[in-house]
Every structure is written in structure tokens, then in C-alpha cells.
Ligand binder design. Sequence first.
Ligand code: TYD
Ligand code: MG
Length: 457
Amino acid sequence: MAKKKTKFMCQSCGYESPKWMGRCPGCGAWNQMVEEVEIVGRKKGTFLHTPSTSTAKAVSIKTIETVEEPRIQTDLKELNRVLGGGVVPGSLVLIGGDPGIGKSTLLLQVSSQLASKQQKVLYISGEESVKQTKLRANRLNIHADELYVFSETNLETILHTIEEMVPSFVIIDSIQTIYHPDVTSAPGSVSQVRECTAELMRIAKTKGIAIFIVGHVTKEGSIAGPKLLEHMVDTVLYFEGERHHSYRILRAVKNRFGSTNEMGIFEMKEFGLDEVENPSEIFLEERSHGAAGSTVVASMEGTRPVLVEIQALIAPTSFHNPKRMATGIDHNRVSLIMAVLEKRVGMLLQQQDAYLKVAGGLKLDEPAIDLAIAVSIVSSFRDQPTRAKDCIIGEVGLTGEIRRVSRIEQRVQEAAKLGFDRIIVPQNNLGGWTIPKGVQVIGVSTIVEALEYTLGG
Ligand code: TYD
Ligand code: MG
């Protein structure tokens, strides 16, 4: 009978050790060592490397010929954009997300769209039987001839099938269920995930097949198994959303073939995922008018401006240390803006709890939202509502100055499109672009000035 042996392995760099260590001696990362159970007695695996992309010798960059790889467009424009303009043949794409968020649904829809364009698609499910996949396909109204489903978890069989069928696309749902028979540890472990991914990478590159891998996300929010996986693949996408909302956001966190700022928005409906083409509308849908503490900002999400509401609630504290909580915004940013308000505007916020929230579950991390945060805080603190049709854009500096932001014209256009008639922008952003008709654009250079316009001093 096979005996079990335990070793520990770093999720970041793959360092192996016979005992657990808090800090990995290989890469210095903390808390990355996980237990790997090895079953001794089975054939030990060889270490499989990612394919080499080396040339025989160094060449002048001028002499390298390039052919623009044609990208394959799916019918989901939101997905094409996040991928950087369509699917690149021969690329390995990882899609991570919480269980039940809609990864299998998304990939099955994409598979069917590609299959209906005479591309051969192989959907490998290690989680569901072919009957279950068929039931889902019925619900999504999918009947494509060129879509093949296969319920299998043995990587050797999978590779063999791929080599025989030569599909243009392969979906692996999910990487945590697949195992390499030569690797002795359990499916989902660091070595399994690493070896399986390396093999999939090799076949993707050598055969020019685009492979999508599904990866589950742990409670901490990273893809289960090794971080290593993210380093290996070409593109990492996260599919997120609140379980109680039907909106889903697809974002790229790594992309060798495009920008990582792009975001795609979908809605989960009864018969599958639908694209949301006007995200600003949905993010403002539930805004209540005339409420203190609410402002709207035009934030860039990749190349697209999105209008979002920022809410603040400032209330006297009953704690020794006042609470500072922020959802969807970095709380250090909130602390910084509150410090600026104290020092430059003379507001006493030390005895106040502050809660901030980006409505609609978005995460914003660009400085152009600073001024809207500041106005929300002051509006709630004074219990004085902002004007419903104001849109506020600008970065706040430590001396209370309002600094220039990128792509002002696009932001203002989006705000105008959604009916905002007065837009507060940094003074330095004025000039050199056209202001849409029917919109008043006000340039401000200090936070005090901005508060005068928005809340009347
Ligand atoms: P699924 O794609 O199975 O999630 P994942 O693969 O990320 O675990 O999505 C499952 C959820 O989506 C489930 O709660 C049911 C819901 N759903 C719909 O609302 N409409 C649909 O058409 C489908 C197929 C699923
Ligand atoms: Mg699934």
C-alpha cells in the first residue's frame, strides 16, 4: 500500500521544505508555506518546465519579423475589451472568482459563441458530468455542433484528447480538479496545479490553442492554490460581484496582450449573462436625491469613464478611537483627505466616526475621486445635501490644492450624457477641450473653493 509523506511548499515560489516555516527561505514571503501530502510508492513526477521561447542566438530587433496575430472576437464585447481586443490564439487565460459567481456560465456562453463561428471548442469539466453541462446549456439555449464537452480530470487523457481533436479553444473547469498522474500530491495542491498549468501552457503555445482555465478563489480572495499560477499564465481575469446583486464585474489583473485597467460589466439573468453597455446608469440607479453625504464622480475604469456615487456618513463617535471605515475606497486615502479637511478647512473631525462607501460594489483607486470624497464628508458632517446634478472631479493635494486629472474631456462628456449640468473640475484642467452644450464647467484650485461652489462655503 502507498504510504503518505508530508512536505511543505511555498505558494509563491515553490520552495520545498520538510517542516513548516513562517517565512519562506526561498522568496522571503510570510505565511506562504502549505502542506503537500505526497503518496510515496507511486511514480515520482519529473519537473515540468514551461516551454522555452528561446531562439538559437541573439538577433537584432529590426530583423525580427512580426505578423499581427489575428484576434478572435467573441460576441461579448465586454469580454473582448477586457482581453485587450479579443482572444489571442495560443494564449493561456486564467479566470478566477468565487464559487457560484458565474464562471462556468460565462465560459459556456463564450464556447457556444465561438463554436457557432465554426471554431472547434472543447469544454472540459472536472466538476460536472456532461449531463449537468448539457442541462446548463439547455438553460442558456445553446445548441452548437462544434462544441464538445468532456467530463475528465486526468491531465494525460485531457492532453491526449486535445492532440487528437485539435480544437481552437479549450476550457478547463476547474484547474483545482485536474491532476497529473505522475505527480504524487492531491489535486488542487501546489505541485499539481503547477505541473498541470505548465503542461497546458506547453500545448497552448505549441499548437496555437487558446486555453481558458477556471480557478476558484479562497476566502482571502486570491486564486486557490499557488500565486505561482498567476505568474505562469498570460492573462489573469477576476470575475467578481456581490452575491446578492445580479451585476458581475470582469477585470484583468494581468495581461500580456493588453491593458490591465479594463473592466467588463455583466448582469446575471435567468438565461445567462448579459452585457451592460451603460454602466453609469446602473451605478446611479438607486441614488436618492437631496441626501446629505452623497456625491457623484466620473471615474476612469480603463478607457471608459463610469459615473459612480460616493456616500459618506459622519457621526459623533461613542468610542475612544473614532471609527474609519471605507468600502470600495482605500481607507488611507480617506484618512488623508480628512486630515486635509481638518488642517486646511479647519473642520473638527477628530471626534467623528467616518463611514465611506462606493455605491454599487465598485472599487475605485484613482486620485480623481479625492474631491468627491471630501465633499461627501463635509456634506454629511454639516448635514447639508449636495446639488443632485453636480458631478465632482479632482485630486486633493496635501496643501488643500486641487490637482489636474487625466482624460477630463471624456469624464465631462459622460457626466453630460447622464444629465449632470454642473461639473466641478480642477482649474488646471480647463482649456484645450470642448465643453458639451448645456453644461456648466467650473474650475477650482483649492478645496475651500470647491466647498464654496458645492455646499456654499
Ligand atoms: P456558475 O456559472 O455555475 O458559477 P461558477 O462556475 O462560478 O461556480 O453560476 C451559478 C449561478 O448562476 C447559480 O447561482 C445560478 C445562476 N445562473 C443564473 O442566474 N442564470 C443562468 O442562466 C445560469 C446558467 C446560472
Ligand atoms: Mg463552475
